[in-house]
Design a protein around this ligand. Sequence first.
Ligand SMILES: Cc1cc2nc3c(=O)[nH]c(=O)nc-3n(C[C@H](O)[C@H](O)[C@H](O)COP(=O)(O)O)c2cc1C
Ligand code: SF4
Length: 405
Amino acid sequence: MELIPLAPGAESLAAHRQRLGPLPTLPSGQLIAELEASGLLGRGGAGFPVGRKWRAVAERSSGGAVVLANGAEGEPLSLKDRTLMAGRPHLVIDGALLAARAVAADNIIFYVGGEHRAAQAALRDALAERSRDLQGGARIATAPGGYVSGEESAAVHFVNAGDARPTTIPPRPFERGVGGRPTLVQNVESLALAALIARRGHAWYQGLGHGQARGLGLVTVSGAVNHAGVREVEFGSTLGDAAAAAGGVSGDVGAVLLGGYFGGWADVDQQWGLPLDAHSMRARGLALGCGVVHFLPAQTCGVEATARIMTYLASQSARQCGPCVFGLAAIAGATQRLGARSPKADDLERIARWSGQLTGRGACRHPDGAVALLQSAMHVFADDFAAHQRRRCLTTSVPARVAVA
Ligand SMILES: Cc1cc2nc3c(=O)[nH]c(=O)nc-3n(C[C@H](O)[C@H](O)[C@H](O)COP(=O)(O)O)c2cc1C
Ligand code: SF4
């Protein structure tokens, strides 16, 4: 296992160095070229090429850039980032150090969710062990809870002004971020993978994976499985493989939520052989996102589960863009009425219309992600939504446990 140690607890610096050797000393240009050739995509959700982002920051940096390692992990169904930081903190620090060298940054900020206590403690101890490498240029910033606080401009805004709400873009953080300086915002798993590629080369990463897919990453498997948790998979492993890695499904499954609350629902029978891989999933209109795989038990109503998620997402709006504040609340309200089988006459038609109007209307992608999830639900649970509009439910409903709201 590259990203998660087999033994519980945080890997020590000695064990880390024994396993992987010292931090490599590739020149910046060569390291960025290795990352580009590896095809590594960001693991925070959007899947942007990591090497290309490092190059963009390096080109703007004149020695005072900032690296912001994003370990906020606000996605309720994801555990991968906190598990990685708690288990292999030195690998994450290696990635951040390499990034800092590559983009000429003199400041590294580890932005870690305040509730991720084991991750916070492991990173704090590991940073103390690495004081010679870091030379005082690194610190932990505790990310406030909430879905949008991990969005990149929100993270930068928090570090700058103590306010974890997104700001309008442009400028994007790579142009002007922390303290007005070019800032590389990179998910902690992306950084850990970059640290492995720096040591082993792009060919190592390209040699992993199944079928057309290349590389490896973490997924969080939950719901109707026997052993929910974080699993390391080679990309191109199938949805069925992910279920098997989590001890197999624990009963009949109705649907699967892929990529988290900004991902989408999929039909489990149709997608059992789906390769878990950003490119293959995008080609099927699905998203790997931050690697969430949640199996919905067949006896749980998909409309009600979706209503809970939409209510949660509406509650997480940073309340600064009208379409997001009012549009999401209206959509969540109508979806809730549908979930409760007490809709107004045209609620189903309304959520379809409204969700088509909301995309691209906020300062950040929060409303876009929320309506994409709803649209996938209306497709996968089409019969259920139609039945709920008629005040009927096609499932023996057991309350969904997919949302934290
Ligand atoms: C509403 C919202 C919440 C986000 N939350 C996180 C998060 O908790 N952690 C994270 O790494 N990225 C999160 N992202 C993505 C970040 O904006 C950014 O793309 C990412 O940190 C970049 O790292 P990557 O390229 O390695 O994925 C979020 C995006 C949005 C729109
Ligand atoms: S779109 Fe929503 S979450 Fe994003 S900045 Fe605007 S109000 Fe905040």
